[in-house]
Design a binder for this molecule. Structure first.
Ligand SMILES: *Cc1c(COP(=O)(O)O)cnc(C)c1O
Length: 430
């Protein structure tokens, strides 16, 4: 039993009876049946189930075309290559992301140019990108921007929909149109996000910024993401661009369908290789999980919204003073991949790291999304970055705690955890 409450001392936080995991997938009989169906079919890798999954994603996202791939990292990499962004190009992106966003740019042969975030939502903002392009670049002959320091042409802007909160894609299309760039959205968190009532990845939101320019979105089906297939990714966008990515994803074989078709009774063994492609196809095993996940996607999203309301409800009394709560931007809907809570610097004894440590002791799994990309050893070495380069990102990252949002978690346990966190923060505030 708790000690009786006193007006000066809040109740101490109480350890949860079971560990609240950070992001377990919600898997059920549906997944088992779909997997069995795939096993029974005798075909495990890219085949008919991948095509059905691509169609299901196309409907869900209201996309023009979809291409399932081995990961979001590869979707970003091949997306850039299919857009023709590579050697000689730079890509404007955010340092508040998972490292694969920036890795993909370098894998494509281009150079990431980091731009600091808007601390309101953790996203790149068109105004800040515009400011950066005006300050660091000179206009090139065709209207594109040339980065003064490196001489590279800015070929694309790569915003991340941080946590599932949609970045201002309309604003980025305006910049893309004026500065002759492509838009590639890292939508790893944004399957189910809406802007202006349209899904991120939809045909409506991925309209071309101008002649010869395109907009694509890359999604992730990694084990912890909103649609969990273990591993997997998806490109959404115009079919003309996706057709190129499709060839690149399958060794450069011109008709990728032949890879599985060639073993069919009427298949043919002959194929041609047009490009030095990669191995980045999705699998029918992964698609089986994805099809089952999509069938209960609305339910899973509803539960994420419920969890967001539970965290916000418990912590709203501390907002402003001890914490900043994540909020949906008017006119948008977050997919609530993350619940990024920010702690007020200096208000809590021991700070963020201590809070995470204590949460673990209290049986609550929390994480940090993300460590700033530019401060990793590789990025310091490769691009010469150091502390202080992107102060908003660094401050955001240093104060952030991502709370469990998985729909696999039981509601009462999340409710208990929210109350425990509230008490912990009061306790740490002393
Ligand atoms: C998870 C994640 C990725 C990478 O996704 P994979 O499918 O694991 O390659 C890319 N960007 C962001 C922001 C992510 O969180």
């Amino acid at each position: 039993m708790d000690p009786p409450p006193s007006p000066s001392r809040p109740r101490p936080p109480r350890k949860l009876g079971t560990f609240l995991r950070f992001a377990p997938p919600l898997l059920d009989r549906e997944e088992l049946l779909e997997l069995k169906d795939t096993l029974d079919s005798g075909w495990l890798t890219r085949g008919p189930k991948c095509e059905r999954f691509e169609e299901a994603c196309l409907r869900e996202l209201q996309a023009e075309s979809t291409l399932a791939l081995s990961s979001c990292t590869e979707a970003l990499h091949l997306g850039l290559r299919a857009l023709g962004v590579g050697e000689g190009d730079a890509v404007v992106t955010t340092p508040l992301t998972f490292v694969s966003t920036a890795h993909a740019v370098i894998h494509a042969g281009a150079r990431p140019l980091f731009c600091d975030i808007d601390p309101a939502d953790g996203n790149l903002s068109p105004a800040l990108v515009r400011e950066f392009l005006d300050a660091a670049c000179a206009p090139g002959p065709d209207g594109s921007r040339i980065h003064r320091e490196t001489g590279l042409r800015v070929g694309a802007v790569l915003p991340v929909h941080y946590g599932g909160f949609p970045a201002d894609v309309e604003g980025f299309r305006g910049i893309a149109s004026e500065c002759r760039l492509h838009v590639l959205e890292d939508a790893a968190h944004a399957f189910g996000s809406l802007a202006g009532g349209r899904p991120v990845g939809s045909r409506a939101l991925l309209r071309s910024p101008g002649p010869g320019l395109h907009a694509l979105a890359a999604f992730s089906f990694y084990a912890t993401k909103n649609v969990a297939c273990g591993e997997g990714g998806l490109l959404a966008g115009p079919e003309t661009v996706l057709a190129k990515a499709r060839i690149l994803s399958a060794y450069g074989i011109s008709d990728a369908r032949r890879i599985w078709g060639r073993y069919a009774p009427r298949g043919t063994w002959a194929y041609d290789v047009e490009e030095l492609g990669f191995k980045a196809n999705f699998t029918d095993l992964g698609a089986a999980l994805g099809l089952a996940q999509l069938r209960r996607f609305p339910e899973m999203q509803e539960r994420r919204r419920r969890f967001a309301a539970i965290w916000s409800g418990a912590l709203s009394g501390l907002a402003g003073d001890l914490v900043t709560l994540p909020e949906e931007i008017p006119g948008t809907r977050s997919a609530w991949h993350l619940y990024p809570l920010r702690l007020r610097a200096g208000r809590l004894a021991g700070g963020r790291d201590k809070a995470i440590e204590r949460l673990r002791e209290l049986n609550i799994g929390a994480s940090v999304m993300f460590q700033p990309v530019h401060l990793f050893t590789y990025y310091r070495r490769a691009l010469g970055h150091r502390e202080g380069d992107f102060p908003q990102t660094e401050a955001f990252s240093a104060s952030e705690i991502s709370l469990p949002m998985s729909p696999a978690n039981p509601v009462p346990l999340v409710e208990e955890a929210a109350e425990t966190l509230r008490r912990l923060l009061l306790d740490m505030a002393g």
